[in-house]
Write a protein that binds this ligand. Structure first.
Ligand code: NAD
Ligand code: UGA
Length: 466
């Protein structure tokens, strides 16, 4: 089966970049990305390719090349579904905030709405591809909705989880370690559907990197991959606390263990805590699944990864308070970075949000500079926590466009995101303008301890015991 029209429901961090790359690599396929969020679609269709709704290095160039050629962004969901032979579902699957499984299970309401809409609209057979990260066995729920509410057309469900990381999305999509496709190999139509998706990826991914499995393995592999990655970060962060007590340096420990080929060197960077929209959400989802099968030990094991991460954020802010003589009330504390990692404008679950919230509860005056995050987003992140009124957040926290202004008259600077530009600042100048003693709390371990020390800073680096 040759696919000529693809529809992707959800024009977010995954849908946008993924479809842009498919459109670039498959000029013979028309790719339409649809969303109910009109302003998001308008932004994808905007004049300025540097201001797309998702900031990702290299993405603007690809959208510039493909948009209007075979890549389209639209709010007309029905039409795009109708035209497509293959429909990707790439909508958000956040943690439930209500009812059974609140705070743990994935909220599948957006997925279900998509399934119902696809069923209602489709007049021809469709391959429906789960691109969103989903609890294992969700495909059976989607299939049941499609088969029971559809117009007697055939639906094949595939699972094709996405492994891109933000900040490197384009690179990850162009050169994936693997592409995973789960499908029903036991039927002729299932095999054809799998083959149709394999063919699309084969336009730029080597065959041996395209892995096909059954649907449940594919769904579960995605949760497992995120759980393992997050577990490494929590493991090294746990060691960072021991390092601080014992005089060891976590970056030296990470290097020493990472050279063991069985362990490997990636994902061993100690930090103020992992953030991002998925690690916590996906682990909690895994914990919920384990609990729902009565596997309490398995659930507790994975939950500890999130507990450790919360602890890391809390102890970072506690350390700022205790170092600044046990009171930060009325003191200006500067945050360099708000995004959950460098090279993205995404702030979802960023450690900066909790650290700021803790300091604001101590009545600190937090000032923030981030090269890519807007002040609107920063206030929205804080207000969402509901710890204090929006007015109080506005009073206590200020957002700056200039990092030097953000640091002026500050008592302490906290590095929350590892943006490269922070390394090249004129730290001597920053020091001159600060209250003394001037502290730096490096939650990402990116600055040079000796250099900052020689300028006069009192420098604290996460995971360093000296
Ligand atoms: P996102 O919130 O950025 O985008 C989701 C989009 O779906 C939103 O724009 C929303 O308006 C739209 N949407 C929701 N319901 C809709 C409907 N019924 N019809 C049309 N549009 C609808 O989310 P995201 O970060 O792109 O994540 C999407 C999925 O991919 C999630 O399951 C996530 O776990 C997974 N994932 C995310 C990443 C990542 O780096 N962000 C990586 C891998 C996997
Ligand atoms: C992560 C996974 O890496 C992707 O494979 C996956 O597709 C994605 O989640 C998802 O499902 O959403 P992402 O969250 O975009 O990608 O970014 P990561 O590079 O994994 O970083 C996550 C968090 O861990 C960041 O806050 C980062 O700063 C932190 N981190 C990462 C560390 O603290 N130390 C490390 O060594 C690595």
């Amino acid at each position: 089966m040759k696919v000529k029209n693809i529809c992707c429901i959800g024009a977010g961090y995954v849908g946008g970049p993924t479809m842009a790359v498919i459109a670039e690599k498959c000029p013979h396929i028309k790719v339409t990305v649809v969303d109910i969020n009109e302003s998001r679609i308008a932004a994808w269709n905007g004049e300025n390719f540097d201001e797309l709704p998702v900031f990702e290095p290299g993405l603007g160039d690809i959208v510039k090349k493909t948009r209007g050629r075979n890549l389209f962004f639209s709010t007309n969901v029905d039409q795009a579904i109708n035209e497509a032979e293959m429909i990707f579902i790439s909508v958000n699957t956040p943690t439930k905030t209500y009812g059974k499984g609140k705070g743990m299970a994935a909220d599948l309401k957006y997925i279900e709405l998509c399934a119902r809409q696809i069923a209602r609209v489709s007049k021809t057979d469709k391959i429906v591809v789960e691109k969103s990260t989903l609890p294992v066995r969700t495909a059976s729920a989607i299939k049941s909705i499609l088969d029971n509410t559809g117009n007697n057309v055939q639906f094949e469900i595939l699972s094709n989880p996405e492994f891109l990381a933000e900040g490197t999305a384009v690179e990850d999509l162009l050169f994936p370690d693997r592409v995973l496709i789960g499908g029903d190999n036991s039927t002729d139509s299932g095999q054809k559907a799998i083959q149709a998706l394999v063919e699309i990826y084969s336009n730029w991914v080597a065959k041996e990197r395209i892995l096909t499995t059954n649907v449940w393995s594919s769904e579960l592999s995605k949760l497992t991959a995120n759980a393992f990655l997050a577990q490494r970060v929590s493991s090294i962060n746990a060691m960072s606390e021991i390092c601080e007590k014992t005089g060891a340096d976590v970056s030296e420990v990470a290097k020493a263990i990472g050279m063991d080929s069985r362990i490997g060197s990636k994902f061993l960077k100690a930090s103020v805590g992992f953030g991002g929209s998925c690690f916590q959400k996906d682990i909690l989802n895994l914990v919920y699944i384990a609990k729902s099968y009565g596997l309490d030990q398995v659930a507790d094991y994975w939950e500890q990864v999130v507990i450790m991460n919360d602890h890391q954020k809390q102890r970072f802010s506690d350390n700022i308070v205790s170092t600044l003589y046990n009171t930060v009330s009325g003191k200006k504390i500067t945050f360099l970075g708000w995004a959950f990692k460098k090279d993205t404008n995404d702030t979802r679950e960023s450690a900066a949000i909790n650290v700021a919230d803790n300091l604001l509860s101590e009545r600190a005056n937090v000032s923030v500079y981030d090269p890519k995050v807007s002040s609107k987003q920063i206030y929205a992140d804080l207000d969402y926590l509901g710890t204090r009124s929006n007015e109080e957040n506005k009073d206590l926290l200020s957002v700056y466009k200039d990092p030097y202004e953000a640091c002026k008259d500050s008592h302490g600077i906290a590095i929350l995101t590892e943006w490269d530009e922070f390394k090249n600042y004129d730290w001597k100048n920053i020091y001159k303008q600060m209250n003394k003693p001037a502290f730096v709390f490096d939650g990402r371990g990116i600055l040079d301890k000796d250099e900052l020390g020689s300028i006069g800073f009192i420098y604290y680096k996460i995971g360093s015991g000296d």
